[in-house]
Ligand binder design. Sequence first.
Ligand code: SF4
Length: 225
Amino acid sequence: MSVRRKLTDILARLDAAYDFDGWHWQPDTSPEYICIGAILVQHTAWENVERAIERLREAGACSLEAALRRSEEELAGLLRPAGMPLTKARRLRALALLAEACGGLDRLLALPRDELRERLLATHGIGPETADAILLYAAGHPVFEIDAYTVRLFRRLGLGPERDGYAVWQRWFEEALPPDTSTYRRYHALIVLHGKQACRSRPRCPGCCLLEICPTGRGAKNVSP
Ligand code: SF4
């Protein structure tokens, strides 16, 4: 079976097992909310991001423009539920400054894909995963976002490139799957949901939707073939 067919089969199984409609970023989610969330979700769970965003809203500071009007300390106080508050306040303000320098977030997100990625990566606190979350979910570009859940899952499935590294994994997916924004969004979201619920650091293989095709799960001592 080709890699593309394997990936399509895995997506179908994940799709049947998890509810993409419950994912926090849907096609109609505002790009600004996605950008703010992409920074705040670094190293924490989405539930903590929601609590931080609620505090921003209550303070009338839930926008990139508002982030520039607040001091780092003030912003950090609001972001505390998301962890690393001062770091994230600096990163949020750095993204806000980038948007301002481009004439606003809409104009920033309208830049050609490679230029946008380059500018994001040159911004304080934005690495490949955060940049690609913004490219994929906020700007609508078909880039396959890689994260730790993805690498862990596909290694356990016996799939993926020989070498590791963000760009190597991304190329592997993008060479196998046609560039399609909604498919890439869906795939990434379902991998994360699966990584949180079943394929955790200690995987819960019994009952897993991928058990039938997973050598790791089928080799686990506590799993019936
Ligand atoms: S069977 Fe186990 S190791 Fe394989 S994908 Fe499912 S949870 Fe992960």
